[in-house]
Design a protein. Structure first.
Length: 390
């Protein structure tokens, strides 16, 4: 990269630009004072909203992986933008476009190749795709170490932890507390969960998210992924990371130190805040947000996770006990397929736990050595889980 960063625009790729993270990232970039320029926008399927973004942002390149309307995409004729189809074009664009930063807002294991390609190219990765670290954390960290690229967390909890740690010596940290809202079914019994509907499960009480993440928040598997991600990012053992239910979603994380002090990160539930922090790399850039009013909020409450009713953390303990193995890929693939089955009406809510647990029990873990190994484990797990309910 030979450009003078002081006099040129910062060149950013938004992967998954039509999703929740991607659209909010574009909002944050629009309010920025420095000249951000999204030179690459990508989406999974949705052509119409992607083309609308292309007309507004005028990126140099736009990629749709598996378009829902191929003819509309191919004939769009957007002047100055190279329109491409397929995942390989997304990967080649990352390598070719002289990027300063890649924001990976893709949902699921589909974002893994892009994360690896970004770090291999020596480009800083703003990571909202937690599945990359869950399935292949050791590979990502190895790539980052080799290239000198940074992994910058975008998830609200991990952004909060990073800010609480700041320049502190990691050896002085006693534990990290991640918070969970408890989802839409907090306080319900296991019997009550047997008949919950898709619509009910999608009604998250505090955050507006995509379908998969919303269901994962209802089961608490989303918090499982976040615990694994936190371990990969901050290097603490599993027993150094705990989860508290915090229905108000105001305290995003707490870091407790060996001297008895605890530092917490607070803010209204608004993903634009951690996105802004990641894009501006901690410079506290001004932006639009709802100020935190603790008087209006009243009480902030905390509860233990009801593991008997929501057993995700217990089911996934085997993954946390065997870091750096293929179990992370199994966990994520089984969960994605079980959630897809629930959203299609083929799987009951409580069956999600059963399918994930069965997949983990039937897998013989191997040490992670390659991306191809992760992808093959992912494929095999998906086929196995689908065979159990289709």
């Amino acid at each position: 990269m030979n450009r003078d960063r002081k006099t040129t625009q910062r060149r950013i790729a938004i992967l998954g630009s039509t999703g929740s993270i991607g659209t909010q990232a574009l909002e944050v970039m629009a309010e920025a004072q420095e000249p951000w320029h999204p030179v690459l926008l990508t989406a999974g399927k949705r052509v119409a909203p992607l083309l609308k973004q292309v007309h507004q942002q005028q990126p140099e390149c736009c990629v749709v992986i598996d378009p829902d309307d191929l003819s509309a995409f191919e004939t769009a004729g957007v002047q100055g933008t190279d329109l491409r189809v397929g995942e390989q074009h997304q990967l080649s664009a990352i390598a070719e476009l002289d990027l300063d930063l890649v924001l990976n807002g893709i949902t699921g294991a589909a974002g893994l190749r892009a994360s690896i390609a970004t770090l291999e190219a020596g480009i800083d990765l703003a990571l909202a795709n937690k599945e990359s670290l869950v399935t292949a954390g050791s590979l990502l960290k190895s790539c980052a170490s080799a290239s000198g690229a940074r992994i910058i967390p975008v998830d609200s909890e991990h952004s909060a932890v990073m800010q609480c740690i700041a320049d502190s010596d990691p050896a002085t940290i006693r534990r990290i507390l991640l918070t969970a809202s408890g989802g839409p079914f907090r306080g319900m019994t296991r019997d009550q969960l047997k008949d919950v509907t898709i619509e009910q499960a999608l009604q998250h009480p505090t955050w507006k998210m995509g379908p998969r993440i919303s269901i994962d928040s209802a089961t608490l598997f989303n918090k499982v992924l976040e615990v694994i991600e936190a371990r990969e990012l901050f290097g603490l053992p599993p027993d150094g990371i705990e989860v508290l239910v915090h229905p108000q979603s105001i305290v995003h994380a707490i870091v407790e130190y060996q001297d008895g002090s605890s530092i917490a990160h607070l803010g209204e539930p608004d993903m634009r805040v951690p996105i802004r922090h990641a894009l501006h790399q901690g410079t506290r850039a001004a932006g639009q947000f709802r100020p935190l009013d603790l008087i209006q909020r009243g009480q902030l409450t905390f509860e233990q996770v009801d593991g008997a009713t929501f057993p995700a953390l217990e089911i996934a303990q085997v993954v946390m006990d065997h870091p750096g193995t293929t179990l992370g890929a199994v966990l994520n693939a089984a969960d994605e397929e079980a959630v897809a089955g629930f959203l299609s009406g083929s799987v009951g809510f409580l069956q999600i736990y059963q399918l994930v647990e069965k997949a983990l029990q039937q897998h013989s873990p191997e040490d992670l050595v390659s991306l191809e190994q992760v992808i093959e484990t992912d494929r095999e797990t998906r086929e196995r889980v689908r065979s159990w309910y289709l």
